[in-house]
Design a protein around this ligand. Structure first.
Ligand SMILES: Nc1ncnc2c1ncn2[C@@H]1O[C@H](COP(=O)(O)OP(=O)(O)OP(=O)(O)O)[C@@H](O)[C@H]1O
Ligand SMILES: [Mg+2]
Length: 240
Protein backbone atom coordinates (compact mmCIF):
# COMPACT_ATOMS: atom_id res chain seq x y z
CA UNK A 1 0.00 0.00 0.00
CA UNK A 2 1.35 3.42 -0.96
CA UNK A 3 1.33 6.23 1.60
CA UNK A 4 -0.72 8.46 -0.74
CA UNK A 5 -2.92 7.06 -3.50
CA UNK A 6 -4.70 9.27 -6.02
CA UNK A 7 -7.06 7.14 -8.12
CA UNK A 8 -9.00 8.11 -11.24
CA UNK A 9 -9.36 11.73 -10.19
CA UNK A 10 -11.27 14.12 -12.39
CA UNK A 11 -11.30 17.87 -11.79
CA UNK A 12 -12.59 20.80 -13.79
CA UNK A 13 -13.31 24.46 -13.12
CA UNK A 14 -16.36 25.86 -14.95
CA UNK A 15 -15.76 23.93 -18.15
CA UNK A 16 -11.94 23.96 -17.93
CA UNK A 17 -10.76 20.38 -17.44
CA UNK A 18 -7.59 20.14 -15.35
CA UNK A 19 -7.52 16.33 -15.01
CA UNK A 20 -9.63 13.79 -16.86
CA UNK A 21 -8.55 10.63 -15.06
CA UNK A 22 -5.46 11.05 -12.92
CA UNK A 23 -3.89 8.24 -10.89
CA UNK A 24 -0.59 8.37 -9.01
CA UNK A 25 1.08 7.18 -5.80
CA UNK A 26 3.64 8.41 -3.34
CA UNK A 27 5.39 5.76 -1.22
CA UNK A 28 6.50 6.12 2.38
CA UNK A 29 10.00 7.60 2.64
CA UNK A 30 10.17 8.87 -0.95
CA UNK A 31 10.96 12.29 -2.34
CA UNK A 32 8.72 12.56 -5.41
CA UNK A 33 9.11 15.50 -7.79
CA UNK A 34 6.03 16.86 -9.60
CA UNK A 35 6.74 18.83 -12.76
CA UNK A 36 4.84 20.10 -15.78
CA UNK A 37 4.41 23.33 -17.75
CA UNK A 38 2.53 26.32 -16.26
CA UNK A 39 -1.14 25.53 -15.88
CA UNK A 40 -0.61 21.73 -16.01
CA UNK A 41 -2.48 21.33 -12.71
CA UNK A 42 0.33 20.83 -10.19
CA UNK A 43 -1.02 23.24 -7.57
CA UNK A 44 -4.56 21.99 -8.25
CA UNK A 45 -3.41 18.45 -7.41
CA UNK A 46 -2.00 19.71 -4.08
CA UNK A 47 -5.28 21.56 -3.45
CA UNK A 48 -7.19 18.31 -4.02
CA UNK A 49 -4.89 16.28 -1.72
CA UNK A 50 -5.10 18.84 1.08
CA UNK A 51 -8.86 19.38 0.87
CA UNK A 52 -8.83 22.96 -0.49
CA UNK A 53 -10.70 21.63 -3.55
CA UNK A 54 -12.87 18.56 -4.00
CA UNK A 55 -12.41 16.17 -6.94
CA UNK A 56 -15.40 15.82 -9.30
CA UNK A 57 -14.73 12.08 -9.38
CA UNK A 58 -12.17 9.61 -8.05
CA UNK A 59 -10.59 8.97 -4.68
CA UNK A 60 -7.60 9.99 -2.59
CA UNK A 61 -6.34 7.83 0.27
CA UNK A 62 -3.63 8.44 2.87
CA UNK A 63 -2.23 5.50 4.86
CA UNK A 64 -5.07 3.43 3.41
CA UNK A 65 -7.85 5.74 4.63
CA UNK A 66 -10.07 7.78 2.30
CA UNK A 67 -9.45 11.52 2.66
CA UNK A 68 -11.37 12.59 -0.45
CA UNK A 69 -13.23 15.81 0.22
CA UNK A 70 -12.31 16.10 3.93
CA UNK A 71 -11.83 19.62 5.35
CA UNK A 72 -8.20 20.91 5.16
CA UNK A 73 -7.74 21.02 8.97
CA UNK A 74 -8.80 17.36 9.28
CA UNK A 75 -6.38 16.34 6.53
CA UNK A 76 -3.64 18.29 8.32
CA UNK A 77 -4.45 16.40 11.54
CA UNK A 78 -3.96 13.13 9.65
CA UNK A 79 -0.38 14.16 8.88
CA UNK A 80 -0.42 15.87 5.47
CA UNK A 81 0.74 19.45 5.33
CA UNK A 82 1.69 21.80 2.51
CA UNK A 83 3.67 24.93 1.81
CA UNK A 84 2.12 27.53 -0.47
CA UNK A 85 3.46 28.82 -3.79
CA UNK A 86 2.79 32.33 -2.46
CA UNK A 87 4.18 32.72 1.06
CA UNK A 88 1.60 34.04 3.53
CA UNK A 89 3.02 34.64 7.03
CA UNK A 90 1.16 36.50 9.79
CA UNK A 91 2.87 39.91 9.35
CA UNK A 92 2.47 41.18 12.91
CA UNK A 93 3.76 38.03 14.62
CA UNK A 94 7.41 37.17 15.20
CA UNK A 95 9.05 34.26 13.39
CA UNK A 96 8.76 32.21 16.60
CA UNK A 97 5.01 32.91 16.95
CA UNK A 98 4.41 32.20 13.26
CA UNK A 99 6.04 28.80 13.69
CA UNK A 100 4.17 28.14 16.95
CA UNK A 101 0.89 28.59 15.04
CA UNK A 102 1.97 25.62 12.91
CA UNK A 103 2.40 23.52 16.05
CA UNK A 104 -1.02 24.63 17.39
CA UNK A 105 -2.64 22.93 14.39
CA UNK A 106 -1.94 19.66 16.14
CA UNK A 107 -1.47 20.32 19.86
CA UNK A 108 -3.39 22.60 22.22
CA UNK A 109 -0.84 22.72 25.03
CA UNK A 110 1.17 25.97 24.87
CA UNK A 111 4.33 24.41 26.34
CA UNK A 112 4.36 21.55 23.82
CA UNK A 113 3.66 23.94 20.94
CA UNK A 114 6.55 26.18 22.03
CA UNK A 115 8.83 23.19 22.47
CA UNK A 116 8.03 22.00 18.95
CA UNK A 117 8.52 25.50 17.49
CA UNK A 118 11.93 25.76 19.18
CA UNK A 119 12.88 22.29 17.92
CA UNK A 120 12.11 23.31 14.33
CA UNK A 121 13.93 26.65 14.78
CA UNK A 122 17.04 24.80 15.96
CA UNK A 123 16.84 22.18 13.20
CA UNK A 124 16.58 24.87 10.51
CA UNK A 125 19.22 27.12 12.07
CA UNK A 126 16.67 29.92 12.44
CA UNK A 127 17.67 31.10 15.93
CA UNK A 128 19.10 34.44 14.76
CA UNK A 129 15.77 35.42 13.21
CA UNK A 130 13.49 34.05 15.94
CA UNK A 131 12.36 37.43 17.29
CA UNK A 132 12.17 39.24 13.95
CA UNK A 133 9.01 40.06 12.03
CA UNK A 134 8.41 38.46 8.60
CA UNK A 135 8.96 41.87 6.93
CA UNK A 136 12.59 41.74 8.11
CA UNK A 137 13.28 38.48 6.28
CA UNK A 138 14.71 38.04 2.79
CA UNK A 139 12.69 35.98 0.29
CA UNK A 140 14.93 33.05 1.28
CA UNK A 141 14.04 33.62 4.94
CA UNK A 142 10.32 33.77 4.13
CA UNK A 143 10.51 30.48 2.25
CA UNK A 144 12.30 28.96 5.22
CA UNK A 145 9.56 30.28 7.51
CA UNK A 146 6.90 28.65 5.33
CA UNK A 147 8.86 25.39 5.52
CA UNK A 148 9.27 25.74 9.32
CA UNK A 149 5.54 26.35 9.90
CA UNK A 150 4.74 23.22 7.92
CA UNK A 151 7.30 21.13 9.83
CA UNK A 152 5.93 22.28 13.18
CA UNK A 153 2.68 20.39 12.46
CA UNK A 154 4.53 17.03 12.73
CA UNK A 155 3.72 15.99 9.13
CA UNK A 156 4.24 12.50 7.75
CA UNK A 157 3.74 13.80 4.20
CA UNK A 158 4.95 17.27 3.24
CA UNK A 159 3.73 18.84 -0.01
CA UNK A 160 6.01 21.65 -1.17
CA UNK A 161 4.83 24.05 -3.88
CA UNK A 162 7.70 25.89 -5.62
CA UNK A 163 9.71 26.43 -2.47
CA UNK A 164 12.80 27.48 -4.43
CA UNK A 165 11.20 30.29 -6.46
CA UNK A 166 13.09 33.55 -5.84
CA UNK A 167 16.01 31.91 -4.02
CA UNK A 168 19.59 32.49 -5.09
CA UNK A 169 21.79 29.40 -5.82
CA UNK A 170 23.31 29.39 -2.30
CA UNK A 171 19.86 29.58 -0.67
CA UNK A 172 18.66 26.84 -3.04
CA UNK A 173 21.52 24.55 -2.01
CA UNK A 174 20.76 25.21 1.67
CA UNK A 175 17.07 24.37 1.08
CA UNK A 176 18.00 21.17 -0.81
CA UNK A 177 20.12 20.10 2.17
CA UNK A 178 17.27 20.86 4.59
CA UNK A 179 14.80 18.84 2.52
CA UNK A 180 17.20 15.88 2.38
CA UNK A 181 17.70 16.11 6.13
CA UNK A 182 14.00 16.06 6.99
CA UNK A 183 13.38 13.25 4.49
CA UNK A 184 16.15 11.27 6.18
CA UNK A 185 14.37 11.95 9.49
CA UNK A 186 11.31 10.12 8.12
CA UNK A 187 9.12 12.72 6.39
CA UNK A 188 7.90 11.79 2.90
CA UNK A 189 8.13 14.68 0.41
CA UNK A 190 6.03 15.49 -2.66
CA UNK A 191 7.57 18.56 -4.29
CA UNK A 192 6.56 20.84 -7.18
CA UNK A 193 9.55 22.56 -8.67
CA UNK A 194 10.45 24.34 -11.88
CA UNK A 195 14.21 24.27 -11.24
CA UNK A 196 15.44 21.10 -12.92
CA UNK A 197 18.66 21.10 -10.89
CA UNK A 198 16.56 20.85 -7.73
CA UNK A 199 14.31 18.10 -9.08
CA UNK A 200 17.24 16.12 -10.42
CA UNK A 201 19.25 16.28 -7.21
CA UNK A 202 16.37 15.65 -4.80
CA UNK A 203 13.83 13.31 -6.36
CA UNK A 204 13.87 9.55 -6.12
CA UNK A 205 11.05 9.58 -8.68
CA UNK A 206 9.50 12.25 -10.91
CA UNK A 207 5.89 12.55 -12.13
CA UNK A 208 5.11 14.79 -15.10
CA UNK A 209 1.70 16.39 -15.74
CA UNK A 210 0.51 17.93 -19.00
CA UNK A 211 -2.58 17.90 -21.23
CA UNK A 212 -4.99 16.99 -18.39
CA UNK A 213 -3.02 13.84 -17.43
CA UNK A 214 0.17 12.23 -16.20
CA UNK A 215 2.43 12.02 -19.26
CA UNK A 216 5.45 10.37 -17.64
CA UNK A 217 6.83 8.89 -14.44
CA UNK A 218 10.25 7.49 -13.56
CA UNK A 219 13.69 8.31 -12.24
CA UNK A 220 14.92 11.85 -12.99
CA UNK A 221 17.19 10.39 -15.70
CA UNK A 222 14.32 8.43 -17.34
CA UNK A 223 11.98 11.40 -17.32
CA UNK A 224 14.56 13.83 -18.70
CA UNK A 225 15.01 11.53 -21.73
CA UNK A 226 11.26 11.00 -22.31
CA UNK A 227 10.12 12.26 -25.74
CA UNK A 228 6.71 13.44 -24.55
CA UNK A 229 8.26 15.36 -21.66
CA UNK A 230 10.78 17.08 -23.93
CA UNK A 231 7.97 18.01 -26.30
CA UNK A 232 5.82 19.40 -23.47
CA UNK A 233 8.66 21.63 -22.32
CA UNK A 234 10.20 22.59 -25.63
CA UNK A 235 7.19 22.45 -27.98
CA UNK A 236 7.36 21.36 -31.57
CA UNK A 237 10.13 23.89 -32.32
CA UNK A 238 12.56 21.07 -31.53
CA UNK A 239 11.57 19.47 -34.86
CA UNK A 240 12.89 22.47 -36.87
N1 LIG B 1 -9.76 28.07 -8.31
C1 LIG B 1 -9.69 28.02 -9.64
N2 LIG B 1 -10.72 28.47 -10.41
C2 LIG B 1 -10.66 28.38 -11.77
N3 LIG B 1 -9.59 27.90 -12.45
C3 LIG B 1 -8.55 27.46 -11.74
C4 LIG B 1 -8.53 27.50 -10.30
N4 LIG B 1 -7.34 26.97 -9.87
C5 LIG B 1 -6.65 26.63 -10.98
N5 LIG B 1 -7.37 26.93 -12.09
C6 LIG B 1 -6.94 26.65 -13.47
O1 LIG B 1 -6.54 25.30 -13.52
C7 LIG B 1 -5.40 25.14 -14.38
C8 LIG B 1 -4.29 24.49 -13.58
O2 LIG B 1 -3.80 25.46 -12.66
P1 LIG B 1 -2.67 25.18 -11.58
O3 LIG B 1 -2.52 26.40 -10.77
O4 LIG B 1 -3.00 23.91 -10.90
O5 LIG B 1 -1.39 24.95 -12.52
P2 LIG B 1 0.14 24.76 -12.13
O6 LIG B 1 0.60 23.52 -12.82
O7 LIG B 1 0.29 24.82 -10.66
O8 LIG B 1 0.80 26.03 -12.83
P3 LIG B 1 2.06 26.94 -12.38
O9 LIG B 1 3.28 26.17 -12.81
O10 LIG B 1 1.90 28.18 -13.19
O11 LIG B 1 1.99 27.19 -10.91
C9 LIG B 1 -5.07 26.53 -14.91
O12 LIG B 1 -5.66 26.67 -16.18
C10 LIG B 1 -5.71 27.46 -13.89
O13 LIG B 1 -6.07 28.68 -14.49
MG1 LIG C 1 1.28 26.12 -9.35
Amino acid sequence: MALLEVTNVKKSFKGLTVFKDLSLNVNKGEIVGLIGPNGAGKTTLFNLITGFHKPDQGSITFEGQAITGLQPHLICKKGIVRTFQIVKPFPKLTIFKNIRIGAYKLVTDKKIAEQKANEVIRALDFEGEKHMLPSQLTIGGLKKLEFARALATYPRLLLMDETMAGLNPTEQDAMIDMIKKINYAGITIFIIEHHMKVIMSLSHRVIVLNDERKIAEGTPQEVSRNEEVLKAYLGDSRAC
